[in-house]
Design a protein around this ligand. Structure first.
Ligand code: DGT
Ligand code: MG
Ligand code: MG
Ligand code: MG
Ligand code: MG
Length: 256
């Protein structure tokens, strides 16, 4: 009777974003490699995949750094679209999967304390605005990664102290940072792993092709019981340009 009504607006795409609580400290306490720790990035993706396997209304997840965004089908009726129920379930499931699978990714580093994630819901009224949101997160990944890559090269490889490295980078644009990486460290930023530069996007595979008449090839079903069909596709692709969305039109199907 006193419970607040918090139904997500109809028709809008719900996005639930989880973000590591105090991961600046968490990454230090657990000896994360700088600027990117593959173990942590893959553990994040493992936890996000578990969320998607469990909650079928998630059509796409995008992750970078200590965050993952989950896009729900715009017409989802999950928990009657109750915001607190959806956000708390996704955040809690993600967090427990992160802790549950920790030792697979960090076999020699015990968890020092229980990790936590915050979660929030944002609503996007159109596909275009939803895509703008995803562009923003991927652009954020790129900007932070470029900065962190140069910063840690200056500190770890060139022996600069952190204050000087920060000053050195303060007034550089993207071109300037690329130039430092190339001229001083022989690194071409564009050849660094896409995992670091683009983050990770998880989608479901496109619907099956109609079976050719006569000799149908049985591909099994998509409920996770048949190993032959991947349940999820995990990609490190650009999701800003149209290419990705043209290749996988089923992800945001339906009207605008
Ligand atoms: P918050 O989210 O307000 O509770 O505070 P933080 O500390 O989690 O801040 P946030 O989320 O803005 O920044 C993410 C932090 O996580 C940032 O300090 C860098 C760290 N981090 C994330 N991924 C990695 C990684 O792969 N390697 C290292 N060394 N650090 C990482
Ligand atoms: Mg934060
Ligand atoms: Mg955080
Ligand atoms: Mg973050
Ligand atoms: Mg109950």
């Amino acid at each position: 009777m006193f419970e607040k009504a918090d139904v997500l607006l109809p028709k809008c795409w719900p996005v639930i974003r989880v973000d590591g609580r105090g991961f600046h400290r968490f990454s230090d306490s657990h000896g994360f490699k700088k600027p990117n720790d593959d173990r942590s990035l893959h553990l994040m993706t493992k936890a996000a995949s578990k969320v998607m396997e469990d909650l079928k209304d998630v059509v796409l997840a995008y992750g970078q750094s200590d965050e993952y965004s989950f896009v729900l089908n715009r017409n989802t009726t999950l928990y009657n679209r109750r915001e607190s129920k959806i956000v708390s379930t996704i955040t809690s499931l993600f967090t427990s999967c992160f802790a549950f699978h920790w030792s697979e990714f960090f076999p020699t580093t015990p968890l020092q304390y229980p990790p936590a994630f915050d979660g929030r819901a944002v609503l996007y009224p159109t596909k275009r605005i939803l895509r703008d949101y995803l562009c923003w997160r991927q652009a954020d990944c790129h900007i932070n990664n470029l900065y962190n890559t140069v910063f840690w090269a200056l500190v770890q490889d060139a022996g600069m102290n952190k204050n000087d490295a920060q000053k050195r980078l303060k007034d550089t644009n993207a071109g300037g940072k690329n130039e430092i990486l190339f001229s001083q460290f022989g690194v071409n930023y564009n050849t660094l792993p896409q995992l670091y530069r683009k983050g990770t996007v998880i989608i479901r595979p496109p619907p099956r092709e109609p079976a050719p008449s006569g000799g149908a090839v049985e591909r099994g079903d998509r409920d996770g019981t048949d190993e032959k069909v991947p349940v999820l596709l995990t990609l490190n692709e650009d999701i800003i340009r149209d290419n990705f969305w043209v290749s996988y039109p089923h992800v945001l199907e339906g009207e605008d």
